[in-house]
Design a protein around this ligand. Structure first.
Ligand SMILES: Cc1cc2nc3c(=O)[nH]c(=O)nc-3n(C[C@H](O)[C@H](O)[C@H](O)COP(=O)(O)OP(=O)(O)OC[C@H]3O[C@@H](n4cnc5c(N)ncnc54)[C@H](O)[C@@H]3O)c2cc1C
Length: 301
């Protein structure tokens, strides 16, 4: 059983790793490559940078700093977390048990611009299989996505219904294991329905119809689960039942505690100022708070 698992190797995750490592907690950091820093061409507004450096260099330096301090780093994608008193972190590299978790996976993912997604949110469109699967017992469901995260959500849904199809929306499937779930790779034109979702309309090759008005084929579905790319902090927090703010960020106390004991969050995933300085502060605070939490549990045991 780990003391603390930190998810994310950006400024927030690395700062949490530095504080927990120096607090003798032997943290495990799980990271899936560079995050927002990949897009930051030049950083010149962070403390101590006489000359600007690229986001990529800052990321590499952070990771090297944590490793130099003895932090164990696993390159893997976190797919989901379960548990209440202690946590089980499911990743593409296996499952890890831990007393506490610090979520530092960066900003919110943007929803795809497929017509119907926003309109049917809460009316058949869901972002969390574990939260909403129950409502779709023995019904027809669709999962949007093409990666292991989508497969993880589809497997969750297969526990309640045999009728699950993964729709990749024109992308190549990137699943790291064989599975029996149906996959449709056509491009989606819209999610359709009246009061609630009734299915997915596929794009068609307009040149195939003489007047260009032919509509694509329709695939019925009572529920559509969005699981694009990798699971972000908000998806993971939602799966676990942690509260989000009105803006969809993770709700935290000034100590970086979420509404679930033992689960902390830091960095872009908590909203507010989306800058390295704030991610570093919050990661540090989350590391300190996780340390307090672990020590208090030990004292009670
Ligand atoms: C174009 C651009 C320019 C910017 N310029 C500046 C600037 O000049 N100055 C400044 O201060 N800030 C700048 N920023 C903002 C800054 O990059 C972010 O605020 C900061 O990186 C947030 O840190 P973070 O640790 O919260 O998230 P991130 O840096 O996004 O790190 C998240 C980490 O989580 C990992 N992760 C995500 N999902 C999973 C998963 N499921 N499993 C495992 N790991 C996962 C990712 O691989 C990544 O390592 C810029 C951002 C952008 C986009």
């Amino acid at each position: 059983m780990e003391n603390v698992i930190i998810i994310g190797g950006g400024p927030a995750g690395i700062s949490a790793a530095l504080y927990t490592a120096r607090g003798n907690l032997n943290p495990l950091l799980i990271n899936n490559g560079i995050g927002a820093l990949a897009k930051a061409e030049k950083i010149e507004n962070y403390y101590g940078l006489e000359q600007p450096i690229s986001g990529e260099e800052l990321y590499e330096r952070g990771l090297a700093q944590a490793k130099a301090l003895g932090v164990r780093v696993i390159d893997a994608q976190v797919l989901g977390i379960s548990g209440f008193d202690t946590f089980s972190v499911q990743t593409t590299a296996g499952t890890y048990d831990t007393v506490s978790v610090i979520l530092a996976t960066g900003g919110k993912r943007t929803a795809p611009s497929i017509p119907g997604i926003r309109e049917f949110e809460g009316k058949g469109v869901s972002y969390c299989a574990v939260c909403d699967a129950f409502f779709y017992r023995n019904r027809e469901v669709a999962v949007l996505g093409n990666s292991d995260f989508a497969l993880h959500e589809a497997e969750e849904l297969r526990n309640v219904t045999p009728s699950v199809t993964i729709y990749t929306n024109g992308r190549e499937p990137e699943f790291s294991k064989a599975h029996p779930i149906a996959v449709n790779t056509m491009k989606i034109q819209a999610i359709e329905g009246e009061d609630t979702v009734s299915g997915l309309r596929m794009e068609t090759d307009v040149s195939a119809s003489e007047d260009g008005s032919e509509t694509g084929s329709f695939y019925p579905a009572d529920g559509v689960f969005v699981a694009l790319g990798t699971a972000g902090s908000t998806e993971i927090a939602r799966q676990m039942g942690a509260e989000l703010t009105d803006k969809g960020n993770i709700r935290v106390t000034p100590e970086m505690e979420t509404t679930i004991p033992g689960l902390f969050a830091a960095g872009d995933c908590t909203g507010g100022l989306l800058q390295v300085s704030k991610a570093v502060y919050e990661g540090s605070m989350a590391g300190i708070s996780a340390g307090k939490y672990i020590r208090q549990r030990r004292a009670k045991a």
